[in-house]
Design a protein around this ligand. Structure first.
Ligand SMILES: C[S@@+](CC[C@H](N)C(=O)[O-])C[C@H]1O[C@@H](n2cnc3c(N)ncnc32)[C@H](O)[C@@H]1O
Length: 382
């Protein structure tokens, strides 16, 4: 059954392969990724197998790719296979009746293919690093090992802080003030504090807001226990907090529910906050409002597509509004889908705080077409 895939792989220029992803297996190996790497001994393929939420790596010779792929497919019976190439993705799906379906679409790959070995792994939150609050918060066990049940959250906060660290690698000021909205148990808040206070040695101040008084009390107690003086948690509703009491450089959100993300972005726009790192959560608002009587009604015919389309529309509008207010915006998949399906991060940086908001004719047409009035626009237009 897999012969067609292997045959196609033989015809592909290996220099064009960014990665090969194998997923949907009933075996204990749920996902496998193969990437090119450059070692002292030359080019190889690195295989990463995900088994019981743990990653296992091995390398094979550059010429052995076809044999290696075939043995992985046969051993684990993956039913989704993706060849992610420079400029296009070829995917295969194996149906229940063992029929193979092939698809191909163009994709954009920026820059050259990065060999994994070229990029130093920079886990800021390595297992074993002693960050005591993360034991209290339940991410690490008493030996500073990641708890199995917290692996996905661990990946998320690790990537989140890495992306921020990347932006701040040349930061030359010695102070930084951050507000996190919807901080919940505040794993992210503590790791970001740890990064700036102990690794970058910046005088960082962080305030976390959340609706839940009990988690806020707990987080304040953990901060007090370890004498983290410049981190504090406040019980508050984002929709009611409009101004900063002190200068704020950055806002962050990680899965702040539904429209809470809109209030956080609005807060940033209103207070002209320079940096935004925001991973939205579930979006219900637009899904409830959306309708279309024209050709776009096709997009809304099936509940699942309607829900997904509404979510994309919501986030695209958020990005557009940020751009209209002087922000440079990009969106990145900050972790794999399997870590969380809510894996898109909006990164925004205020480029010019003095330009008047752009009158966005296209955005107006878009919201009229779909009869929607999302919170971010309502707030901005108030
Ligand atoms: C899904 S949890 C995420 C928590 C945390 N950021 C994380 O990733 O682990 C969402 C959090 O947002 C908080 N939240 C939702 N709406 C809020 C609002 N209007 N104001 C403040 N917090 C809110 C909830 O109480 C909850 O703790």
């Amino acid at each position: 059954m897999y012969n067609g895939i292997i045959q196609e792989l033989s015809g592909i220029n290996k220099d064009d392969i960014v990665k090969i992803v194998l997923s949907k297996s009933k075996s204990e190996v749920k996902k496998t990724t193969i990437r090119p790497i450059l070692l002292k001994s030359g080019r190889k393929w690195q295989t990463e197998k995900i088994k019981n939420n743990q990653a296992f790596h091995s390398n094979i010779e550059y010429n052995d790719l076809e044999n290696h792929l075939l043995s992985l497919l046969e051993e684990y019976g993956f039913s989704e296979i993706y060849f992610i190439l420079k400029g296009k993705t070829i995917s295969y799906r194996v149906s229940k009746k063992k029929k193979l379906f092939r698809n191909e679409h163009e994709t954009e790959v920026k820059g050259n293919i990065v060999f994994s070995h070229d990029v130093p792994k920079k886990y800021i939150l390595e297992e074993g690093v002693q960050i005591p609050p993360l034991v209290d918060l339940g991410i690490f066990d008493g030996n500073f090992r990641v708890k199995k049940s917290m692996y996905d959250k661990y990946k998320q906060i690790n990537r989140f802080v890495e992306i921020i660290a990347d932006e701040f690698k040349d930061y030359d000021k010695d102070e930084l003030t951050i507000v996190e909205f919807g901080c919940g148990k505040s794993y992210l808040t503590f790791i970001i504090y740890y990064y700036f206070a102990f690794i970058k040695k910046i005088n960082v101040k962080i305030t976390g807001f959340d609706l839940k008084d009990e988690v806020v009390k707990h987080c304040n107690a953990v901060a007090g226990k370890y004498n983290y003086k410049n981190i504090r948690f406040i019980t508050g509703d984002i929709s009611k907090i409009e101004t900063c009491q002190e200068h704020t450089d950055m806002i962050i959100t990680l899965h702040a529910c539904d429209t809470a993300t809109d209030y956080a972005l609005y807060f940033a726009i209103k207070n002209k906050i320079k940096y935004i790192f925001s991973v939205p959560c579930c979006q219900h608002e637009v899904n409830k409002q959306i309708s279309n009587k024209n050709e776009f009604s096709i997009l809304l015919r099936h509940g699942l597509y309607k829900e997904r389309f509404s979510a994309i529309l919501t986030d695209a509008i958020r990005c557009e509004v940020l751009q209209d207010h002087g922000y440079e915006v990009d969106v990145v998949e900050f972790v794999d889908f399997e870590n969380t399906p809510k894996n898109a991060m909006i990164r925004a940086k205020l480029k010019d705080k003095h330009v008047p908001p752009r009158d966005n004719v296209h955005l107006k047409k878009l919201v009229n077409e779909f009869n929607i009035n999302p919170t971010i626009l309502r707030l901005i237009n108030n």
